[in-house]
Write a protein that binds this ligand. Structure first.
Ligand code: NDP
Length: 494
């Protein structure tokens, strides 16, 4: 042990710890129906398929509601409703009226924020402090932001006459259900398109509650249609001939399938896929701040984040203190009831995802990396995984190459900035990266060389509706957010 780490261990040992009393958020604000249909043409309708499945609370395995699974006929009805609304209503609506409608949606989301936050935590397992402070406020912010653009499109696309492309098929994942819904629906509606949205199988409930917001905001029937179901419904939607554009967020594997399906058609496509981001800490970084950034980078939303900082690259000279501080900080992460306002790490979203995390962690141990998990009690029921760090990770290990999508951090080291860039870019993905250093010039030097859609400097996992987000390589293509996020939804060819 070096002198520095000895001193730190002594400091950590004498530090006081705090016990927290539970502070559970009441779930009474959410009124769930026993059974949900599909939201098509402004009405909740029974699925023709007749197929129903429960949506579970991953923290308790309790059944929350029964949800309909759309089949090809249901998808066809939804696309028909969207086409009708596009041709006859929404594309003809003056842009300033579209803006008013989007502003109304944003304000209603703010008014009903607590209801949405509780539901998001119940159905998805994420801590209430994240759904309350991040997911729902950001979803509302996206509607506000794109409401502002609706009647100013000629400034976004100077010397062109932007026209809507038509009916958009939007397929979203389970990690940020409402936020992904807002990322997709807000720019599509602002530019005059109509939508068929397919939420993820394990988190359909907030999108179904959003149907109520659409009615409240007097969005005309058919402008937004919501078809729940599994991957089959998504696949039916992608191949439907009445679709003009597909926007997909999810796994690289399904993204590739969608690309194959669309090859040879003139449907537009944007893909926001996986990632394996490097979070790079230099020896001149403010270490305590960096530790918070590392923790936020990988344990935020249980690591179910496409841009999570899942590979920590630490400069070799500060490896010891960084690991010591990180392990200490991990011991302070509160794991448990997602509705408790003190909880930092909630439940893993589904049994399948938990199995995948376990499989990759077992591979890490098998391949020789050193596993660390702080002592923590996990609830007996539900899907849980302790915050995990692997040290001694080699670039060839699966845990350094594959997206784990769970609360698992792999630590690697580097000596020079050039080596950091080389290692950070040594991945098929390219969604995000983080750089921690005191030197502005080094931040710029690194940002120019990192092949990542977003590079955060001395922070991580920061999002803003005005800022474009998207990937390189197998992380997909196209940008969502910002002025760039309008482009996939407009035709400027004429
Ligand atoms: P998927 O890519 O399967 O799911 C994303 C969305 O696509 C869901 O709505 C899903 O429906 C739908 N879908 C599934 N199959 C098809 C298809 N053939 N055609 C059209 N749509 C389809 O992700 P998984 O839920 O299976 O997660 C697997 C892995 O993907 C994770 O472990 C993680 O690594 C990564 N992932 C990355 C995300 C990101 O944000 N980049 C988000 C989610 C996952 P359904 O839910 O009903 O299956």
């Amino acid at each position: 042990m070096t002198d520095v780490s000895k001193k730190q261990s002594a400091e950590l040992a004498t530090e006081r710890t705090f016990d927290y009393a539970t502070a559970p958020e009441s779930r009474d604000i959410v009124q769930l129906q026993d059974r949900y249909g599909l939201f098509i043409g402004g009405e909740m309708t029974d699925a023709r398929s007749g197929e129903l499945h429960p949506s579970l609370n991953p923290a308790t395995e309790e059944e929350l509601a029964v949800v309909s699974y759309a089949d090809a006929e249901d998808v066809d009805r939804a696309v028909g409703a969207a086409r009708d609304a596009f041709e006859n209503v929404w594309s003809k609506r003056p842009p300033s009226e579209r803006a008013k409608t989007l502003f109304r949606i944003a304000r209603i989301l703010q008014e009903r924020a607590r209801e949405f936050a509780v539901l998001e935590s119940l159905d998805g397992g994420k801590p209430i402090k994240e759904s309350r402070d991040v997911d729902i406020p950001l979803a509302a912010a996206h509607f506000f932001y794109y409401a502002g653009w609706a009647d100013k499109l000629e400034y976004a696309f100077p010397n062109a006459r932007p026209k809507p492309v038509g009916v958009a098929a939007q397929i979203i994942p389970w990690n940020f259900p409402m936020l992904m819904l807002a990322w997709k629906i807000a720019p599509a509606l602002a530019t005059g398109n109509t939508v068929v949205l397919k939420p993820a199988e394990t988190t359909p409930l907030s999108a179904l509650l959003f149907a109520d917001v659409l009615r409240q905001a007097e969005v005309p029937p058919g402008v937004v249609n919501i078809v729940t179901g599994d991957g089959r419904a998504g696949a039916e939607l992608v191949k439907h001939p009445g679709i003009d554009k597909v926007a997909f967020t999810g796994s690289t594997q399904v993204g590739k399938e969608i690309q194959r399906t669309l090859a040879g058609t003139n449907k537009r496509l944007t893909l926001e896929l996986g990632g394996k981001a490097a979070n790079i800490v230099f020896d001149d970084a403010p270490l305590d701040q960096a530790i918070e950034g590392i923790v936020n980078g990988i344990y935020f939303n249980q690591g179910h984040v496409c841009c999570a900082g899942s590979r920590l690259l630490v400069q070799e000279s500060i490896q010891e203190p960084v690991i010591a501080k990180l392990k200490h900080r991990l011991g302070r992460i509160r794991v448990g009831d997602p509705l408790d306002k003190n909880t930092d790490l909630g439940a893993i979203n589904s049994r399948e995802q938990l199995d995948r995390v376990r499989e990759l962690v077992a591979a890490g141990v098998e391949e020789g990396a050193e596993l660390y998990q702080p002592p923590c009690e996990l609830p007996e029921r539900g899907y849980w995984f302790a915050p995990t760090v692997f040290t001694g990770v080699a670039q060839s290990h699966r845990i350094a190459r594959e997206e784990i999508f769970g609360p698992v951090l792999s630590v690697l080291t580097f000596r020079t900035p050039a080596e950091a860039v080389e290692k950070a870019n040594n991945t098929p993905y390219g969604l995000s990266a983080g750089v921690w250093t005191d030197k502005g010039s080094r931040i710029l030097w690194m940002a120019q060389r990192l092949r990542a859609g977003v590079v955060w400097a001395n922070t991580f996992n920061r999002f803003d509706p005005a800022s474009p987000f998207g990937g390189y390589k197998e992380s997909g293509f196209g940008r969502e957010g910002g002025r760039h996020g309008l482009a996939p939804y407009v035709d400027i060819s004429s």
